[in-house]
Design a protein around this ligand. Structure first.
Ligand code: NFS
Length: 679
């Protein structure tokens, strides 16, 4: 590892620079070990930058306006803040509420755009596949195609001579592709999927005037309304924020999930492993990082080809080990069982092992500093997406296109194999990895909790009503380098399952839970309350169900809708004993998710930071007033245990309103209570 020596020299020059304390930076041993190794080698990571770069306190509060050239106008919350006398304003007169609301809805626009543009890319490939313009992609899951078609207004049967006949599948696929693609820019009407929500929910959206018209329009309208001198009413701004967020959750994200399932297969539970220890010293390691499975599906297919494995062996490796970082990891895990290499904050650290022969990235959550880290090793860093390039000259760009997808993937895999021999001797792969079961979805939850005779959500509802399961939590979202890596994720989830709340997880929370061993059926007896443990042991499922990537949060919306439909727990999502959480969020996507979850009727708690603290009136609107409109609202709690208990209190509030709180008391009785009853 000749180049590391160069870096070592640099290290002494930088010796005085402040670095992170690995033990304080992460709860994960593998992460701590790699942070230490990076520091020993003089390679800076985000954990060190967390020490040297402080966030702007005013931007943090959401009250810095830089939407025009007269600013930035900065309106921090005064120490002696008094709501009655608060007269802070920007040069144009914009109040803290207007500024914070503008910034907040712009975050929604960013998040909704990221999810939805991913969805659009999938829809484009889907249409090519349906039209048979590419050999690389096919319609795999025809059952799901037939389920989705009517939801987009596509007929699955045709009448001929008075007879009803099944329609040609290829024809259905093309029409589904066209209809789906239209959702981004159609001139009239509203999004097709909105009616998938329970009827009372749809009626609330209609009454509030927040039914999205098309995905792109809602995002563009946010940019217009937040331009200097347009919308100056925080409630009206949030209306549009909500409309764009719904266009994400019940539009772009849901379409992405459905079309991916049809093309690549609907996930079903499978066994795999998680953490940096999945890298193999004697294999060619290819780490796939980003979000769109269109690329990673091809890399997975190509890396399994016998001729590629043979080529790797010729080059002295025992085989090819694929693994993933961030949400693309969740995508290839849920469909192929490819192991998880790590969360968002472990991306630099995977390269620090010295064992990564190629890291392939597409879009979103990719640190630009990866290029600087890769420079210190033999690792080839490959960007693949036309909208996501890096300026550093050691980065290769191999543009991926569905029309020559297999060839592109072959080029990438070969490059990694050829690079294996350039690996230095000082490889250090941490030993930590955990077994996992992942790849649940609306369909598999139905199958597992419904049993072989009743493949429905009735059994889940029964167990919520009888109190064995206290409620359902969706715990999702990123890592945030400003808080200890994975601490919040794991503490919140453990506290929930300890209190009999079953957890549905996606994104980096899912990876954190995986690393901690919470995605195994065996973890139920160790970490769960008695009711949830009994269910998990009987059915053989983990108490924390991995539902995929962040766009797959749409699966959580649909699972909640199925629970409503199964009956006995109210008429709308907002009636359910359900709560959401993003303990370590950082991305604009998380804000968009939070708002569509809230507007779908779910109480959602954020950890780490919340970007509206400088505008208490606007914040109160999000935290309190929203509940009166949508039955769901945001909240903030940095302490993970208190965070979980806010969710549990909400779940209990809903149980009480449903009149099922008594059933829960029965479950909580201990042995002596039972004896007293029997006596
Ligand atoms: Ni979600 Fe995925 Fe992770 Fe956060 Fe980034 S990977 S889409 S945004 S950091 S969970």
């Amino acid at each position: 590892m000749a180049e590391v020596t160069k870096v070592e020299k640099k290290a002494s020059a930088k010796a005085s620079k402040k670095v992170a304390d690995p033990m304080a930076a992460s709860v994960d041993k593998a992460t701590q070990q790699m942070i230490r190794r990076a520091q020993d080698l003089g390679i800076e990571t985000c954990f060190d930058r967390n020490i040297t770069i402080k966030p702007c306190n005013i931007g943090n509060q959401g009250t810095c306006c830089k939407n025009c050239g007269m600013g930035p106008c900065r309106l921090p919350l005064p120490k002696d803040y008094d709501e009655a006398t608060d007269d802070r304003k920007g040069l144009c007169g914009a109040t803290p509420n207007t500024i914070a609301a503008r910034n907040f809805v712009r975050m929604i626009a960013g998040g909704a755009a990221a999810h939805s543009d991913h969805g659009r890319a999938v829809a484009e490939v889907f249409l090519s596949a349906a039209r048979k313009e590419t050999d690389a992609y096919q319609i795999k899951d025809t059952r799901k195609l037939l389920d989705v078609a009517p939801l987009l207004g596509v007929a699955t049967t045709v009448e001929k001579d008075g007879e009803v006949l099944d329609r040609d599948l290829d024809e259905i696929a093309v029409e589904v592709g066209e209809k789906a693609f239209n959702e981004w820019g159609k001139a009239e009407g509203e999004l097709e999927y909105l009616t998938r929500a329970p009827k009372p929910r749809y009626e609330i959206w209609k009454k509030q005037g927040v039914l999205p018209r098309n995905i792109d329009r809602e995002i563009v309208e946010i940019m217009h309304r937040t331009h200097m001198g347009v919308d100056q009413d925080y409630k009206n701004l949030m209306k549009q924020g909500t409309r764009a967020a719904l266009a994400d959750g019940w539009g772009g994200s849901m379409l992405a999930t459905d079309l991916q399932d049809i093309m690549f297969g609907t996930p079903f539970p499978r066994v795999s492993e998680a953490n940096l220890g999945v890298l193999k010293e004697d294999h060619v390691n290819i780490v796939i990082h980003g979000h769109e499975p269109v690329l990673s599906e091809m890399v997975v297919a190509v890396a399994q080809k016998p001729e590629m494995v043979e080529y790797a062996k010729q080059k002295g490796a025992k085989g090819i080990q694929l693994s993933g970082i961030c949400c693309t990891a969740n995508e290839i895990l849920e469909r192929h069982g490819v192991p998880l290499c790590g969360t968002f904050l472990q991306q630099e650290l995977s390269i620090i092992t010295g064992a990564v022969d190629a890291m392939v990235v597409d879009v979103q959550c990719i640190f630009q500093n990866l290029a600087n880290v890769a420079k210190c090793f033999h690792t080839k860093l490959i960007t693949t997406h036309p909208i996501a390039k890096m300026e550093q000259d050691n980065v290769l760009h191999i543009e991926f296109d569905e029309h020559h997808a297999i060839e592109d993937a072959e080029r990438i895999v070969k490059l990694a194999i050829d690079n294996f021999e350039n690996r230095g001797t000082e490889v250090m792969i941490p030993p930590q990895k955990s077994p996992i079961v992942a790849g649940f979805g609306v369909e598999s939850v139905e199958y597992h909790l419904g049993g072989s005779f009743r493949g429905t959500y009735y059994t889940l509802n029964d167990n919520i009503i009888n109190g064995r399961i206290r409620g359902i939590a969706g715990v999702v979202g990123c890592n945030n380098a400003r808080v200890k890596h994975n601490e919040g994720h794991i503490a919140v989830v453990k506290e929930l399952i300890k209190n009999d709340v079953i957890v549905l997880t996606t994104g980096c929370n899912a990876i954190a839970c995986a690393m901690e061993g919470l995605l195994t059926p065996e973890s139920a007896s160790v970490f769960c309350g008695p009711g949830l443990a009994e269910i998990c042991e009987t059915v053989g499922i983990p108490p924390v169900l991995h539902l995929g990537s962040c766009v797959d949060n749409s699966r959580i919306l649909l699972a909640a809708t199925e629970v409503v439909k199964a009956g006995g727990l109210g008429n709308d999502i907002s009636d359910l004993p359900v709560a959401g959480s993003a303990p370590e969020w950082m991305s604009e996507k998380a804000i968009s998710i939070g708002q569509y979850v809230v507007a779908s009727g779910i109480y959602t708690v954020f950890g780490a930071v919340f970007p509206t603290a400088g505008a208490p009136v606007f914040q109160r609107y999000l935290f309190e007033e929203m509940e009166k409109i949508y039955g769901g609202m945001c909240d903030f709690e940095a302490d993970p245990i208190k965070h979980a208990h806010k969710m549990i209190a909400h779940i209990d509030k809903k149980r009480k309103a449903l009149g099922i709180d008594k059933a829960r008391d029965r479950v909580m009785m201990d042995f002596s209570d039972r004896q007293a009853l029997e006596a």
